[in-house]
Design a protein. Structure first.
Length: 276
């Protein structure tokens, strides 16, 4: 294993790393205490687009951990920031398949959100863009409206392409399953913003103000967290409490820099940094 050193900042996944559903993974509070004691900067960066930063702050508070809003980044936020760079939000109509996290992020950037079946009968066009994120309230009407807009020429963006999501009950379907349904219905392929694309990691590094060489990514999923780090050019650490397994590692063409059992093992390794 490569030396565990030269670490000044961390980009940390949440689902499967810090918790399963609403159940904290053992060692959560000690992990964050260590980050604070060592003055390590961090961003909690998740592909889960359904929640707002405020909701994540509260979720962590309920688990005994205090974080600031600026230490949270979701794929919904990354998508909204990216779109605001390439489009004029005040002139761009967006239909969202998603929850509070995606809706709030787009509204904060100034995009115009359209509703169900809000389509001009003359132009057969309602939205310029369809954004799809994890949505617990997914419905026939949402899928139908998204499909109508896509077939009329709207651009298609997915906050993330995760096919699965780890929960306290096991793996369930992720946003990638919704994207697949819409792609099948419309014939339009989505542009993915979240991991493993480097966009969100790059945004997080910009916020942290650190160099690539001193920033590491921590995640549980090879095809998103780890591949995203590889594409960004930063080191990565995979924990074995989420989606990917040791067997997956053996079959993978790319590898994390380090593999550890869980965040308790990460905490122990970080404490060694202080000793050294």
């Amino acid at each position: 294993m490569a030396p565990f050193n030269n670490i000044r900042a961390l980009i940390i996944d949440m689902d499967g790393v810090l918790w399963h559903g609403n159940q904290a993974i053992a060692g959560l509070t000690e992990f964050f205490q260590t980050l604070r004691e060592l003055n390590l900067r961090f961003i909690l960066a998740t592909n889960n687009a359904s929640h707002t930063p405020q909701q994540y702050v509260k979720k962590l508070a309920d688990m005994g951990v205090t974080v600031d809003l600026n230490e949270i980044m979701t794929s919904a936020m990354a998508t909204a920031m990216y779109l605001a760079e390439i489009m004029d939000p005040s002139q761009t109509r967006v239909f969202v398949v998603g929850e509070d996290g995606a809706i709030q992020a787009l509204q904060e950037q100034g995009f115009i959100l359209t509703g169900l079946y809000e389509i001009n009968s003359a132009t057969n066009r309602g939205a310029d863009v369809v954004v799809c994120g994890k949505d617990h309230s997914i419905s026939w009407d949402k899928l139908a409206t998204a499909t109508l807009n896509l077939r009329a020429g709207a651009k298609f963006y997915g906050t993330n392409g995760d096919n699965t999501l780890p929960t306290e009950l096991g793996l369930i379907h992720g946003n990638g399953a919704i994207l697949a349904a819409l792609q099948t219905a419309s014939g339009v392929s989505p542009t993915i913003i979240g991991k493993p694309e480097p966009i969100m990691y790059q945004q997080a590094i910009s916020r942290l103000g650190t160099d690539l060489a001193e920033t590491i990514a921590i995640g549980d999923k090879l095809e998103t967290d780890i591949l995203g780090a590889v594409r960004t050019g930063i080191r990565s650490l995979m924990v074995l409490t989420g989606v990917s397994t040791e067997a997956d590692l053996k079959a993978s063409e790319y590898q994390p820099t380090w593999v550890m059992k869980d965040i308790r093992a990460v905490t122990e390794a970080l404490r060694m940094l202080k000793i050294n």
